[in-house]
Ligand binder design. Structure first.
Ligand code: NAD
Length: 270
C-alpha cells in the first residue's frame, strides 16, 4: 500500500528515544523510509544512534540545542524508551520504583519540555504506553509508570493542542523484543492465551501506527490511546469465560440449515 503513496514524512525532523533496538529501532527505520530526518537516540550505544539518557535533563538540553542549530525545528517525538521491572507489590523497593518511573514517565516529560519549544503547528508526539497501562498488570512499578504516562499524554494533549501540537499514546501488547525475551515462558504463554488473535506481535506491527500518528494523515487525532495488542485488552478479562462457554454454545446454536440441534442432557450416573 505504501508503495502507491508518496513518502508521508518528507520535510519532518523526528526524534526517537530508545532507538538502539526493539520497537525504537524499527520505528526509526520506518520513519526514515517515509522520508523523515530521524534523530535516533538511546542510552545504549548502537550504530546511527546518538547517546541520550532520557532521565538526564542535560542530555535533553544538549539535544534541543543541536536540533535548533542544525534544523531550526523538530516536528515529531517518539517517547519510546522504557524499562520494565518485574517485582510484585510486596517485593518492589522504593529505589526500583523510582528508577522505572524516571525512565518511563520523567523521560517523556523532559522530552516534551525540551523539544516542544522547537515544534511548529502540525507537530506530533507519540508516547509508547503498554497494555499494562490499561489493566492491573502485576509488575507494579512498570504498571504505575505506564498509567502515569497516560496522564501525562492527556495533560500534554490538552495544553499543546492550542499550539497545534498533537499528543497520542499507543499501547503495545506482547511484542517480540529483547524486553519480552527476558520474561518467563509462562508469561508469554499466558499472554497468547489471553490474546484473541492467539499470538504475539512484531515490531513491524507497531511501526505503521507510529508513522500514521506522526504524519499529517492523523491531523485531527490527539489525546487518543490506541492499543496494538491483538485484542488483549478488548475483552476486559472475560476471554476465559467466552472460551469456556464456546463449546456449550456451539452445541446449542441453531443450525443455519434447520431447526436447533437437540442436545441431550447429561445422562445421570448411578
Ligand atoms: N515489548 C513489549 O512487549 C512491550 C509491550 C508494551 C510496551 N512496551 C514498551 O515499548 C517500548 C519499547 O520497548 P521494547 O520492547 O522495544 O524494549 P527493548 O528493551 O528492546 O528496548 C528499549 C530501549 O530503550 C532503551 N533505554 C532504556 N533506558 C533508557 C534511558 N534511560 N534512556 C534512553 N534509552 C533507554 C534501551 O537501551 C533499549 O534500546 C518501551 O517503552 C516498553 O515499555 C513494550
Amino acid at each position: 500500500m505504501n508503495d502507491l503513496r508518496p513518502e508521508r514524512l518528507v520535510g519532518k525532523v523526528v526524534v526517537v528515544t530508545g532507538a538502539a533496538r526493539g520497537q525504537g529501532a524499527a520505528e526509526a527505520e520506518a520513519l526514515t523510509r517515509e522520508g523523515a530526518r530521524v534523530i535516533a537516540t538511546d542510552v545504549t550505544e548502537a550504530p546511527g544512534c546518538r547517546r541520550l539518557d532520557v532521565t538526564d535533563e542535560e542530555h535533553w538540553a544538549e539535544l534541543a540545542a543541536e536540533v535548533r542549530e542544525s534544523y531550526g525545528q523538530v516536528h515529531g517525538l517518539v517517547n519510546n524508551a522504557g524499562i520494565t521491572w518485574r517485582a510484585r507489590l510486596d517485593e518492589v523497593t522504593p529505589d526500583d520504583f523510582a528508577r522505572v518511573h524516571a525512565v518511563n514517565v520523567t523521560g517523556p516529560l523532559l522530552g516534551i519540555q525540551h523539544l516542544t519549544p522547537l515544534m511548529p503547528p502540525g507537530s506530533s508526539i507519540v508516547n509508547v504506553g503498554s497494555t499494562a497501562a490499561l489493566s492491573g498488570h502485576y509488575p507494579v512499578a512498570y504498571t504505575t509508570s505506564k498509567w502515569a504516562l497516560r496522564g501525562l499524554s492527556k495533560t500534554a494533549a490538552t495544553e499543546l493542542g492550542p499550539r497545534g501540537i498533537r499528543v497520542n499514546t499507543i499501547h503495545p501488547g506482547f511484542i517480540e523484543t529483547e524486553m519480552t525475551a527476558s520474561a518467563a515462558p509462562a508469561f508469554r504463554e499466558a499472554n497468547i492465551h489471553e490474546t484473541p488473535l492467539g499470538r504475539t506481535g512484531t515490531v513491524d506491527e507497531i511501526t505503521p501506527l507510529v508513522v500514521f500518528l506522526l504524519s499529517d494523515e492523523s491531523s485531527f487525532i490527539t489525546g487518543a490511546e490506541i492499543p496494538v495488542d491483538g485484542g488483549l485488552t478488548a475483552h476486559g478479562g472475560v476471554k476465559s469465560i467466552s472460551d469456556a462457554l464456546a463449546v456449550t454454545t456451539a452445541r446449542t446454536r441453531p443450525s443455519p440449515i434447520g431447526p436447533p440441534a437437540r442436545v441431550s442432557p447429561p445422562r445421570a450416573v448411578g
